[in-house]
Design a protein around this ligand. Sequence first.
Ligand SMILES: C[S@@+](CC[C@H](N)C(=O)[O-])C[C@H]1O[C@@H](n2cnc3c(N)ncnc32)[C@H](O)[C@@H]1O
Length: 276
Amino acid sequence: MTWIDAVRRRTPRSLFPLARTLYHRLVAPFECAAVAAADRLRHRTYDGRVLPPAALRFKVRGTPSGDVFARVGREGARQIDEALRRGGRPLGDYRSILDFGCGCGGTLPWVRDLAPRAALSGTDIDADAIAWCRAHLTDVAVSTNGALPPLPYPDASFDLVYALSVFTHLDEAPQRQWLAELRRVVAPGGACVVTLHGPETATSLSSADRQLLTDHGFVFVRTNATRGLFPDWYQNAYHQPWYVRETFAEYFDVGTYVPRGLFGHQDIVVLTRRPG
Ligand SMILES: C[S@@+](CC[C@H](N)C(=O)[O-])C[C@H]1O[C@@H](n2cnc3c(N)ncnc32)[C@H](O)[C@@H]1O
């Protein structure tokens, strides 16, 4: 069990955001330094892979644990594959795949296992994470992108784009801009898989925010828990399935919807770009 899991179990729901912020500010820097020192001593690999440094792992997983990083990456790739299979086309059938918001390669090595013949690309706003990917994931073409579109790819470059835990952090206006941009880079007939915080994950929100989520279908909540790690616009977004079916449908066909499909936590949604 990680520190943050321990905090989650022992803290009343309404106090968890505060506890998480205190953990991020007071405990995590020491935990990251200790785990980094242990990594250096042990030269540990996971499934034979060298992992990114503890500080980069912490940014994408909220814990520096190498075990959590590897387990989440492997399971995340498997769960994307499972959602795609429900639509009849497994991950291994795609030839050109983009991980939008790839961080320090949280799922890319495990996506590679499931799609050995695909050309893999990854992009993120985080220049340090991308520098690590460029040096260590040599079979992946990586790039950095800005907070808002465009991406550095021609139209229809990919037959699959996936974004794990990215739309969970964007406000409504940038969300729409990114949906339009992802539609541009997905080829007609291709797919875009996104994960979202569904209504079941909103238990620690204030009653006003929960009401907004019920009425409007979307709520963007500022916790500032990741201040100093991510830009100020990176906060927490929550989506109702009916909102996704209405709003995302302006950009893609909304297909398979797996409530809590990612680790029993985030919803997985498979979007497809209409052929032609
Ligand atoms: C919770 S982490 C998940 C990382 C990765 N998808 C994974 O599952 O390991 C969220 C990632 O999204 C990236 N991100 C957020 N907004 C982005 C944007 N507009 N463009 C590209 N990357 C973005 C962050 O920098 C961060 O690496």
